[in-house]
Design a binder for this molecule. Structure first.
Ligand code: GLU
Length: 618
């Protein structure tokens, strides 16, 4: 199809027009307020974009622009995804960066197949099983403040190895070229917005407790002001070093030694009351880190093939199981309240199974196939009472290969969930039809709070995703060299074997429910993608209450209370906003076009763009 015809078909396409302006998802172009002329102007920021030639969506306009520029210069989706991720390491340093890990899901148009890279952090070899138990009390350390800001929670980072593996396998750019735009961005600086300032202020006390973190992120003792330029020349130098020498400059040699040293002996600010406990990371742990390549998870939902990330993430199995539970319920035929009731109940059931059975498969036997089987889904689906919410926590089922039409859950201990509210997601597609859905993180916003001195990046606190109590029956107990269970759910959906949707989100364990809710909004509830992303969210993770955004409570509380659902406001001790998730998504339109959709409002709004943009015009 010619661009002109494509433009015409996109303009009249009901798919695109319905809902583009609904739910607050209309285009918003922001420019720097009253910034002096020498201040770098941020690129235009639109939450929704339609066009062709390739597309990128992320939480940040600078990062999205980096990805689009790579595509314009002839790079492919993998090149663009890595370059965008590296730029997010600059502008979203509290959510992602080379100090963390993530999961990369890739659809290759040439192979017509979905591949994955597991770049999850691992526990150091010397990490004791009871590392999170306070010897003085025999009880787990507190998450705040003990574990969140500590060396003991730092896992071996996998992000750089992920970028390297992705580029080597499917990319066309060298690591050096893919890192270059991000290095330039770090050097030149970006304009501080309210989200960056708020995130810094939310973490001010713990950043102040660690000398190199305070020096980098609290210049002059305060969070950078909105409208000022934030430069990170240390990170620019680190990216350049890695570009010159390759990933071994990170995993071996002086930088590896420095990472180990700062974890084992965190440079605490004199007088701080925070414990900032030391950890176990060694140069040998870094030298032996490897990404894993494994098959994606797959379920068929209403004729769509939904691909996700297999364990060590619980994302693919939990989203997939919940879809299998929902399929017999025929959500598309249900009134809104019934559809939401089923969504919440399916999610609780799938979380019961996640918590009972999912951990790192290199260490525990995870019944991935059975968790994703239609038989198990149907058995669990039957547990949902159409009129009444079950008492939570519900028990896990038996994914044992033998299914009855309606089996009750088995009795095992209900386990508490891990925390986490940070992370970032990006999607990229190119003109050849390749697609990337990539979620990366340093765990909590601000990670461990420990910056590697002079290197410009924060280390993760991903090991807090392990269960604290060393229970041998818990698949997610701490074990040396193990990957903690994740909730990251980078997802690619194929329709008739061709890409249809790509999406993902941050948000700790709410990632799973956010991806599930956005999928059902789009696929079952008749929403356009921008509306599906913007719609208010709620999350039921097998707990007594449903956490929800204020707009969800306003819209649905009256209708969901009669089922017995108790909605409470989302949010946690470290964040000021009652938001759930921050989706970045793509839809592949008939005729070869792209609809890129980021958040219109959450986290200050995200940024979607296409290579040849038809709407909004640039
Ligand atoms: N650590 C979380 C996970 O792997 C992600 C962090 C977050 O989004 O809060 O599931």
């Amino acid at each position: 199809m010619t661009p002109k015809k494509l433009a015409a078909s996109l303009t009249v396409g009901a798919l695109v027009l319905t809902g583009l302006t609904a739910g607050g998802a209309q285009a918003e172009t922001t420019s720097a307020p009253t910034a002096p002329s020498r201040v770098p102007q941020p690129p235009p920021k639109n939450p929704t974009a339609i066009g062709y030639g390739g597309a990128v969506a992320s939480v940040d306009p600078e990062a999205t622009k980096v990805g689009i520029d790579v595509l314009r210069r002839g790079g492919n989706a993998v090149d663009a995804a890595v370059a965008t991720a590296a730029a997010l390491g600059v502008t979203e340093p509290y959510s992602a960066g080379i100090g963390g890990g993530g999961y990369f899901v890739y659809y290759s148009a040439k192979h017509r197949k979905v591949f994955t890279i597991d770049g999850r952090e691992t526990a150091p070899a010397a990490m004791p099983a009871d590392a999170f138990i306070n010897p003085a009390t025999g009880k787990p350390y507190t998450f705040f403040p003990d574990l969140v800001t500590s060396g003991v929670s730092v896992g071996v980072p996998g992000t750089l190895a992920t970028w390297d593996a992705a580029l080597r396998t499917w990319g066309s750019l060298s690591l050096k070229k893919a890192l270059k735009p991000a290095a330039e961005l770090a050097d030149r600086g970006f304009l501080v917005d309210q989200t960056f300032r708020s995130q810094t202020l939310d973490n001010k006390a713990r950043f102040a407790a660690v000398v190199p973190t305070a020096e980098l992120f609290l210049p002059g003792g305060d969070a950078p002001q909105v409208g000022t330029v934030f430069r990170n020349t240390d990170l620019a130098d680190t990216y350049e070093l890695i570009g010159r020498q390759g990933p071994s400059a990170f995993y071996r040699g002086p930088l590896a030694a420095e990472m180990s040293a700062v974890v084992k002996n965190p440079p605490k600010t004199p007088g701080t009351t925070l414990p900032v406990m030391p950890g176990h990371l060694t140069p040998a742990d870094l030298a032996k880190y490897k990404v894993l390549r494994q098959d994606p998870t797959r379920v068929n939902y209403r004729g769509l093939d939904v691909y996700g990330m297999a364990p060590s993430s619980s994302g693919g199995t939990t989203v997939g199981e919940a879809l299998n539970i929902l399929e017999p319920k025929k959500l598309h035929r249900l009134p809104t309240a019934d559809a939401l009731h089923n969504y919440l109940e399916a999610s609780a059931l799938a979380f019961a199974d996640r918590n009972a059975y999912v951990g790192d498969p290199a260490f525990v036997n995870v019944p991935t196939r059975e968790l994703l089987s239609k038989g198990f889904g149907a058995e669990r689906s039957c547990q949902i009472d159409p009129d009444k919410a079950a008492v939570k926590p519900v028990k896990p089922g038996s994914p044992d290969g033998s299914y009855t039409p309606c089996a009750a859950g088995v009795s095992t201990t209900a386990r508490p969930d891990s925390k986490g509210v940070s992370t970032t997601h990006l999607v990229a597609a190119d003109r050849w039809g390749n697609v990337v859905s990539y979620t990366l993180t340093i765990e909590q916003t601000g990670g461990s709070g420990i910056t590697v001195p002079g290197r410009g990046f924060l280390l993760n606190n991903e090991l807090t995703d392990f269960s604290a109590v060393p229970d041998p029956a818990d698949p997610n107990r701490i074990q040396p060299n193990k990957r903690p269970r994740s909730s990251m759910s980078p997802t690619i959906v194929l329709k008739h074997g061709k890409p249809f949707l790509a999406l993902g989100s941050p948000g700790g364990s709410t990632i799973i429910t956010t991806v599930l809710q956005t999928l059902t909004n789009r696929v079952d509830r008749g929403m356009s993608l921008p509306r599906a992303v913007a719609a208010p969210r709620a999350s039921q993770r097998n707990t007594a209450n449903v956490t929800a955004e204020p707009a969800f409570i306003d819209a649905y509380e009256d209708r969901l209370t009669p089922y017995g659902h108790k909605l409470v406001l989302a949010g946690d001790a470290l964040t000021s906003a009652a938001e759930i998730g921050a989706v970045a998504a793509l839809e592949f339109l008939p005729g070869g076009g792209y609809l890129a959709a980021a958040e219109p409002k959450r986290r200050g709004g995200g940024s979607a763009a296409t290579v040849h943009q038809l709407w909004p015009r640039r």
